[in-house]
Design a binder for this molecule. Sequence first.
Ligand code: DAH
Length: 325
Amino acid sequence: MPAIAAATTADALEAVRAKYLGRAHGWLRDLSAHLGRLDKADRASAGRAFNEVRLRVESAFAARQAALAPARVAGAPPDPTMPARHTWAGAVHPVSQILDEMIEIFRELGFTIALGPETESPWYNFGALNFPADHPAMDLHDTLYINDDVLLRTHTSPVQVRTLQAYPPPIRVLIPGNVHRRDPFDASHAPTFAQVEGLVVDEGITFADLKATLNHFARRFFGAIRTRFRPSYFPFTEPSAEMDVVCGVCHGSGCSVCKQSGWIEILGSGLVHPAVLESAGVDSVKYTGWAFGMGPARTALARYGIPDIRILYDSDVRFLGQFAR
Ligand code: DAH
């Protein structure tokens, strides 16, 4: 069967098969049509010869087909003890997961998302937010200036002013974004980190709105947990308060994660200072508001009892993999 032996690819072999074994016009098929026309005496022996030829052609074809099939040791079963090939699956970073959860909780309360630029003017970053002219936060020490008029924003609060300029009240926005400071990379600081700002401005907004909303958030986010508000100071809020939640590691008895206090600070907040409303062109007699700012990486430390913020930025998959969903 030289034609079968000469076929060196599966396609070539298929062409040979069609020519000799094909059901429509194959050579064997045409030959079998002649058998019926033979004399009765010859028919039996011719039929036997025909069948013998057919079997030989078919087995030669099958042998060649096996030889051309992709190499696989005939009869060898698959080896289940072979080590599996490692597969990599990506996952959402824990800080992004927390950000998504925060956005979802506030979305249910009617907050939409607002974004702003990461490079800012000193006016948006400080001036419009009522920082006094000599405030230490404006020092080169903790601000990264690109030139005298442009800096990397040190917080997401400037987007409060941008939002108030762009839309009339009532306003309920959540402002996620990265911020930058000339801070050392240590257990509780990173020079670049995410913040989430919240801003509500409407008629008749009071501190009760702030407390109720932030307590609702803490319950949703941390589960049934105690919170407390401590008086604080920010130039852009009056009065101002910091919110703490009970330490998730020691549940209040004191440990190294909460520095023995039993509490973990999760955000700064306050009633929007009338000067901020006015610098954005909003009537501060008619409207009042409240705002907050928090860092999702710090919140991750509080929620999971992570002792060092740097692990979140190390990109070590042995750590990050534990948060993969
Ligand atoms: N911008 C502040 C910071 O980065 C955080 C903050 C505090 C934002 C109080 C607020 C607020 O909106 O009301 O430290």
